[in-house]
Design a protein around this ligand. Structure first.
Ligand SMILES: [Zn+2]
Length: 575
């Protein structure tokens, strides 16, 4: 019943009646005889209580006004506990009330019925690469993340980030963002900011400068430090950055590492990271944790045991993961380490016939050491020759051989395939998809309770290239594949690993739970329907089943429509 109608029909007439009775009683009380006193006094008291109640109830209803109320949802609150049914009242961007009954007659500017749907905290994507879309002229949109139910992005991973965190936070409040954004500081970027394209050992003054910039960034809200085996990340030893990690640890930040090697030498790289976390006390996040290459397949259990042994010693270790058996990175990742350590000289090395031959031989040896017989596992996601997008290196090599020598059987040798790789690098490189992960290893890792989930994606532009489907599918796939198909996680556990656990690891305050007083970042989805649709051949298909996404109290995804509310905020580390 509308409130005005309630006032007219019930409330005001009731007050009139009561007031009339009260006057009669006041007159009567003076004429009461001694014997009548007890019953009449009780009657009078009851009348007074009724009057007070009749005044108080509408006052309470009037006072509780909301901007949005979600009715009838099943709440999976992020703690990992079983779902419960309740309504959610949102006011000033925050969850003001969660109740089974109390919101039924409350006033609200907007009411949405979500009967039968799951309402969970908005998903936190702990590993993204959105730098090219920050500090731009327009606002941040990130449609491919939003359609997955993600409300908070953590960028600045694998060593690459913006350096000026204050500038980022100002840009977000000025230009706007559909999603919340937080950032790590990339060590590789700190280095390049200081040394500009040189990969020698740092001078003491340069180290002091880098330390200063890191401290300032942490003060301005960065979540921690990241590093990756790109450029400077290949020339620095982890022990060299020990003082920086101590600073991060003191301030409660995280150290997110893309391991130096995820292939044949992964165990050494993992031990190096675990040891430095043990030594410095920093919270370690092993980014997009995986075991690449046939040589590693089936070894996930051993790696998890190693991690567990460090956890038992009190080392804070977590991992992130995306739910696919393929990874994605640049083509020059296949180059030998000695060449990668000289990123500015790559082209001249490739032009020199002797060093080119050495690169080629080392690449073949490296592929064999990792258990690969050819490059059929390596697909082009994007390169300048767009006709090659979506093809694998072995096929490209076979076609090239056929065109050069169109007779006889085409059996592309690995050396010819590596030549294709080098030619592509010389022509501007390529973003690749490597089908290099074992399914069982992936599932074992997903089950480990200290693994959180991520897309490892950038902003997608539909139609450009043939990128990894994780950009549109990673989070819904956790539900459709891990929860519903493989049944390795419960719904509640999956939600916890996308929401509450990341908020604890990365020190994000008042988000990650459906709880009164928390920011209203809420994802509403149909459990039966939720599914990723993006595939390696159709990577831009949005998932199905995500019904609403609410960011800081504003509905930004309404069924399939994106509403340009730009309610996203810059997220600082809580300290
Ligand atoms: Zn990475």
């Amino acid at each position: 019943m509308p409130f005005s109608l309630f006032l007219k029909v019930i409330h005001l007439p009731l007050i009139k009646i009561l007031l009339r009775k009260e006057l009669i009683n006041i007159v009567m009380i003076y004429s009461w005889r001694e014997s009548e006193m007890p019953t009449k006094a009780i009657k009078f008291l009851l009348l007074l209580v009724s009057i007070i109640l009749v005044f108080l109830i509408p006052y309470a209803i009037l006072k509780t006004e909301y901007d949005l109320i979600l009715y009838g949802g099943k709440i999976v609150d992020g703690t990992g506990k079983g779902f419960f049914k309740a309504d959610i009242g949102i006011r000033n961007g925050k969850i003001a009330k969660i109740s089974r009954w109390k919101l039924r007659f409350a006033r609200s500017s907007k009411k949405v019925r979500i009967d039968g749907l799951i309402a969970s905290p908005g998903f936190i994507d702990v590993h993204t690469h959105i730098e090219p879309y920050l500090l731009t002229k327009g606002p941040f949109i990130g449609e491919n993340f939003l359609r997955q139910g993600i409300t908070t992005l953590i960028t600045g991973n694998c060593g690459t980030s913006l350096i000026n965190v204050k500038e980022l936070s100002r840009w977000i409040s000025k230009k706007g963002s559909l999603l919340n954004i937080a950032t790590l500081i990339g060590y590789n970027s700190l280095w390049e900011n200081e040394v500009h394209g040189s990969y020698r050992k740092l001078l003491p003054q340069e180290i002091r400068n880098i330390t200063k910039v890191l401290c300032k960034s942490l003060e301005d809200g960065a979540l921690g430090l990241s590093i990756g085996p790109y450029r400077a990340g290949n020339v620095v030893a982890l022990e060299d950055i020990e003082p920086l990690l101590k600073i991060v640890a003191e301030r409660g930040g995280v150290f997110a590492i893309h391991l130096r090697d995820e292939g044949v030498n992964q165990i050494e790289a993992l031990k190096e990271a675990l040891s430095i976390a043990d030594k410095t006390g920093v919270t370690l996040v092993v980014s997009h944790f995986k075991l690449s290459g046939p040589i590693n397949w089936g070894k996930a259990e051993g790696r998890l045991n190693l991690i567990e042994s460090f956890r038992k010693k009190g080392v804070k270790v977590f991992m992130s993961q995306y739910p696919y058996t393929a990874s994605s990175t640049s083509l020059d990742f296949l180059m030998p380490l000695w060449a990668k350590k000289q990123p500015t000289k790559i082209y001249s090395l490739l032009r020199d016939s002797r060093s080119r031959e050495k690169i080629k031989m080392d690449m073949i040896r490296n592929l064999e050491n990792n258990g690969w017989k050819d490059l059929s596992f390596a697909y082009i996601a994007w390169c300048r020759t767009s006709e090659l997008n979506g093809m694998n290196i072995k096929n490209i090599s076979s076609i090239r051989e056929f065109l050069c020598k169109p007779t006889g059987l085409q059996t592309s040798k690995i050396s010819n395939q590596v030549e294709v790789v080098l030619d592509l690098i010389e022509r501007g490189g390529a973003q690749m998809i490597y089908h290099d992960i074992n399914e069982n290893d992936m599932l074992l890792i997903a089950k480990y309770p200290y693994v959180v989930f991520c897309s490892d994606s950038g902003v997608r532009t539909p139609g450009v290239g043939q990128p990894h489907p994780r950009g549109y599918g990673a989070f819904p796939r956790i539900f459709s594949y891990y929860v519903k198909e493989k049944k390795i996680l419960s719904l509640e556990e999956a939600v916890k690993r996308m929401t509450y656990l990341p908020s604890l690891i990365y020190q994000i305050k008042n988000r990650g739970l459906i709880r009164e007083g928390y920011w209203a970042d809420i994802t509403i989805f149909d459990y039966d329907e939720i599914q990723d649709l993006a595939t390696f051949s159709q990577p831009f298909l949005p998932p199905k089943g995500i019904k609403y996404v609410i960011v800081n109290g504003e509905v930004v995804l309404n069924q399939n429509n994106i509403e340009m509310k730009f309610s996203g905020k810059f997220i600082r580390r809580a300290f």
